[in-house]
Design a protein around this ligand. Structure first.
Ligand code: PLP
Length: 393
């Protein structure tokens, strides 16, 4: 099978050639340690600071507010844990949502074992947290509100500005996991009261293994990694210069024309959704109809096992996902799909397609045509479907 169509851009994206080109010299001729005072070290340091400026500019921050991390997961762990420990004397209550990425959810769960109390807010049928629910959950012990910007599975965009305002009015630090939003939704931290924001380069054309945490000036945050004085004493460890350079380059490209990119991707997404829902019976869109990432289409197919669908698509040259990258491999149904009210069997039969700029309308047609055949074949082998059809007659 020569033809491959990659529609799993929420799992990861290919490194852009321009990004790779900028990274390469920092593996070889410019290999210096940024902490060294001789010229090789100063070259690396300069490149890191230039990348920091680019990341800051992309979200309306100051460069001094950007800290590079090993990945998006680390940025989330640091924001949640670092805020919890820094404010322990003040309180022990954290507010989050039931649809967060495991990087936030599992961190909150582990903090519960250390005596912190966590409120996991429910979401509506589209996966949105209500700002009123956030407000109602705040107590005088609340030290952190952490709600994701956009969901990695169903693509729903949260009412972040309203939640940020609730947090600001209550004087509670607000963290948002924006790993899926960067490059798809405009973000300006100079206009919205966000205390901390997590990013990950491999979701927007950069390399894997590099992320960043925006920390608004004045936010109390304990160190996550201890060791050397890198990242202004906040995150020890010799800087990954090539990856940092790649992240700077990638975020500049990804945020240069968000509107144009979103327009192109949403045309593919909408055509795909419309074609699937009209061609394949008993299929339902998951997530918000309009407040969703331009790249994301998550559809449930009744009487279908997601794994079977993914394998069949793979054999046709199509790479998609049945859940988030981190939960695929596990047979548990997605916590996000359960949180929006799907039954276990409905959650199992979901397919996430996330488009990227290299995808075309021909790809959409190829995927839909193959999907229709695959769904019909898998249903023909399902005793449940057979019984359903018999009863429907
Ligand atoms: N947060 C969200 C919403 C994600 O989608 C992901 C990755 O899928 C992460 C955090 C983790 O990022 P990383 O893969 O860089 O650790």
């Amino acid at each position: 099978m020569d033809k491959r169509i990659y529609v799993d851009h929420s799992a990861t994206t290919p490194v852009l050639p321009q990004v790779l080109e900028k990274m390469l010299p920092y593996f070889t001729e410019n290999f210096g340690n940024a902490s060294s005072i001789y010229s090789e070290g100063r070259d690396a340091k300069r490149a890191i600071e230039a990348a920091r400026e680019k990341v800051a500019k992309a979200i309306g921050a100051d460069a001094s507010e950007i800290f590079f991390t090993g990945c998006g997961t680390e940025a989330d762990n640091w924001a949640v844990r670092g805020t919890a420990y820094a404010n322990r004397a003040k309180g022990n209550h954290i507010i989050t949502s039931s649809v967060e990425h495991h990087a936030v959810l599992h961190t909150c769960q582990s903090l519960e074992k250390e005596g912190f109390e966590v409120t996991y807010l429910p979401v509506d049928e589209f996966g949105r947290v209500s700002p009123d629910d956030v407000k109602a959950a705040i107590t005088d012990k609340t030290i952190l509100i952490t709600i994701m910007f956009a969901n990695n599975e169903i693509g729903t965009i949260m009412p972040i500005e309203k939640i940020a305002k609730v947090a600001e009015d209550a004087g509670v630090p607000f963290h948002t996991d924006a790993v899926q939003a960067i490059g798809l939704v405009p973000i300006d931290v100079s206009k919205v009261n966000i205390s901390m924001l997590s990013m990950s380069a491999h979701k927007f054309g950069g390399p894997k293994g590099i992320g960043a945490l925006y920390v608004k000036k004045g936010t109390k945050l304990n160190n996550f990694m201890n060791g050397g004085a890198q990242e202004r004493n906040k995150r020890a460890g010799t800087e990954n210069t090539p990856a940092i350079v790649g992240m700077g380059e990638a975020i500049e490209i990804a945020t240069a024309d968000i509107e144009g990119k979103a327009k192109k991707l949403s045309a593919l997404r909408d055509a795909y959704i419309e074609k699937v829902l009209s061609k394949i019976p008993y299929s339902h869109l998951n997530g918000h109809p309009t407040e969703r990432l331009a790249s994301n289409a998550n559809i449930s197919f009744e009487f279908i096992e997601g794994e079977g669908m993914l394998l069949s698509l793979d054999m046709k040259g199509i790479a998609a996902s049945s859940g988030s990258a981190c939960t695929s491999g596990s047979l548990d149904p997605s916590h996000v799909l359960l949180a929006i009210g799907l039954k276990h069997e409905e959650a199992h039969g979901s397919l996430r397609v996330t488009f990227g700029e290299e995808n075309t309308m021909e790809d959409v047609d190829y995927i839909v045509d193959n999907l229709a055949v695959i769904v019909e074949r898998l249903r023909s082998m399902s005793p449940l479907y057979e019984e359903f059809v018999k009863n429907a007659k």
